[in-house]
Design a protein around this ligand. Structure first.
Ligand code: 5SP
Ligand code: FE2
Length: 248
């Protein structure tokens, strides 16, 4: 019995997942900062609050110094939510696990260009599994290294902290990287979306939105909020304001 079948045995609601990768700001909540003992309740609360995606930070203790969770946690959450599941693989050899994460319910799989897997083959494997694909760039990796893959991916994830841990401070230099990737997409008629991850909060969100980011991963800031719905809406309103001014 595969993971999907195992999880289907749980009496969770039937998925009716909408395609959420639209040209609007999307908030992806990093469950790294969530109360893991109450993940189902946390997920249901955020879904009610209008969250767009759930972000799974998968770490293997090799590619990054931390270890988190894998397919079983994803599969369990998948069958209890309609939210779009955004899986960020911080693992040494992502291509080995693509099929398993797809079966566990991933809607988007992003992997690091700095990992050991061949990027083109990994993107192809993700697409073959019926999942959207994205490449991730660490802060010190020049954005130009992504150029050979930009026609193939749906998402480019710009790390705005060093991968490995939640709760770090935003690296302001990364705003220029987002701008460069947005400009490249415009100049070449490409449709990938730019996701940013790390240190996103009410102060940094407007700056990355202005630069061209459309998917914001938010962990510690969101889970610190007494009213996450209000916090998400404030960021969306700010984005709408920037857009109305022609700044986003
Ligand atoms: O991928 C990572 C860290 O490696 C992130 O997804 C963080 O978990 C985001 O957390 P905050 O910086 O928002 O607390
Ligand atoms: Fe992440």
């Amino acid at each position: 019995m595969n993971l999907r079948h195992a999880a289907e045995k749980q009496n969770c609601k039937v998925r009716e997942r909408s395609m959420t990768l639209l040209k609007t700001i999307q908030i992806s909540a990093s469950i790294l900062s969530a109360d893991m003992a109450n993940l189902t309740a946390v997920t249901e609360g955020l879904e009610r609050d209008g969250l767009d995606m759930l972000h799974f930070d998968v770490m293997d203790g090799q590619f990054v110094p931390n270890i988190t969770f894998g397919m079983p946690v994803l599969a369990a959450v998948d069958h209890c939510t309609n939210l779009f599941l955004d899986v960020h693989l911080m693992i040494a050899d992502p291509i080995r696990y693509v099929k398993q994460f797809a079966e566990a319910g991933a809607d988007l799989i992003t992997f690091h260009i700095e990992s050991n897997s061949d990027p083109a083959a990994t993107i192809a494997a993700i697409h073959e599994a019926g999942v959207k694909a994205g490449i991730v760039l660490k802060p010190n990796t020049p954005w130009e290294e992504a150029i050979p893959y930009l026609e193939q991916v749906e998402v480019v994830l710009v790390m705005t902290v060093e991968p490995g841990f939640g709760g770090q401070s935003f690296l302001w230099d990364m705003v220029e990287k987002v701008k460069a990737l947005r400009q490249y997409a415009q100049e070449h008629g490409l449709s990938y979306q730019i996701e940013v991850d790390g240190g996103i909060n009410a102060e940094t969100a407007p700056r990355v939105i202005e630069a061209g980011a459309e998917i914001l991963v938010i962990g510690s800031y969101l889970f610190r909020q007494a009213d996450p719905k209000a916090a998400m809406n404030a960021i969306r309103e700010e984005a709408a304001g920037l857009s109305a001014q022609g700044r986003a």
